[in-house]
Design a protein around this ligand. Structure first.
Ligand SMILES: Nc1ncnc2c1ncn2[C@@H]1O[C@H](COP(=O)(O)OP(=O)(O)OP(=O)(O)O)[C@@H](O)[C@H]1O
Ligand SMILES: [Mg+2]
Length: 219
């Protein structure tokens, strides 16, 4: 499979979706719209979007942690089969808003199911498919939560309502993953102004795939 698989990770409010909008726009201008796939987890296809509704419904306060982790993995599996593998075969650049690292950080660490247990459970879902590059947007937890509160107060979902300590635990797990997989995961300081974060992301993608954003590097 010839495509490029890039995932974007980081705590809530880090700026993944904001950064991805610009990166998607720029890559589509560079490569053509049909060579770029922006997609998000959980979701990206009708079956996974239905699982997403279950996961983020504020009424589902009774949801067990393992149920949550299994649903994320199920949505991921369908997303891989329906979206990612076909795009890889079609030689596209795949920009994926969250992937398996989110499960390790949120369910493994945040929900205390165990990072290793959630990793093992997800192997069945991903069947060996990891991104070639993971952009980790690192942000201090209070700042991430403040951004969400300031800009998206109307959109706060069930998982956003967790305690600050939960978000700190999630960030620590991300940092452990970053140290564990230095070849795959690249850290970017997401507390910087959005334009600088985007510039750093472009540079990181260019370093991994020198043919992408090649014009910019000559400037
Ligand atoms: N670098 C930045 N500086 C200031 N504000 C930012 C920055 N990046 C994003 N924001 C703002 O913070 C809010 C959260 O950003 P965004 O939705 O992109 O985060 P996210 O990582 O996708 O969060 P989630 O995990 O909850 O989807 C948005 O209102 C966005 O405008
Ligand atoms: Mg987002």
């Amino acid at each position: 499979m010839a495509g490029k698989f890039i995932s974007f990770e980081g705590p809530d409010g880090a700026g993944k979706t904001s950064v991805l909008q610009q990166i998607e726009h720029d890559l589509e201008a560079e490569l053509g719209a049909n060579q770029v796939l922006y997609t998000r987890e959980p979701g990206g296809n009708p079956i996974s979007e239905q699982i997403r509704q279950l996961l983020f419904n504020p009424a589902n306060t009774e949801m067990d942690g393992r149920t949550e982790a299994l649903l994320f993995a199920a949505a991921r599996r369908q997303h891989i089969v329906s979206e990612i593998v076909p795009a890889l075969k079609a030689d596209k650049v795949i920009l994926c808003d969250r992937y398996v690292d989110s499960s390790i950080a949120y369910q493994g660490a945040g929900r205390q199911l165990g990072e290793e247990a959630v990793w093992q459970m997800n192997q069945f879902a991903i069947d060996g498919l990891l991104p070639q590059l993971t952009i980790y947007l690192d942000i201090e937890s209070a700042l991430g939560l403040r951004r969400i509160a300031e800009h998206r107060a109307d959109q706060v979902n069930r998982l956003d309502k967790e305690q600050l300590s939960f978000h700190r635990t999630v960030r620590q797990a991300y940092l452990r993953l970053y140290h564990q997989y230095p070849e795959r995961i690249k850290l970017i300081d997401a507390s910087q102004p959005l334009a600088k974060v985007i510039a750093d992301v472009r540079q990181t993608i260019h370093a991994r795939y020198p043919d992408l954003f090649a014009e910019e590097s000559k400037r």
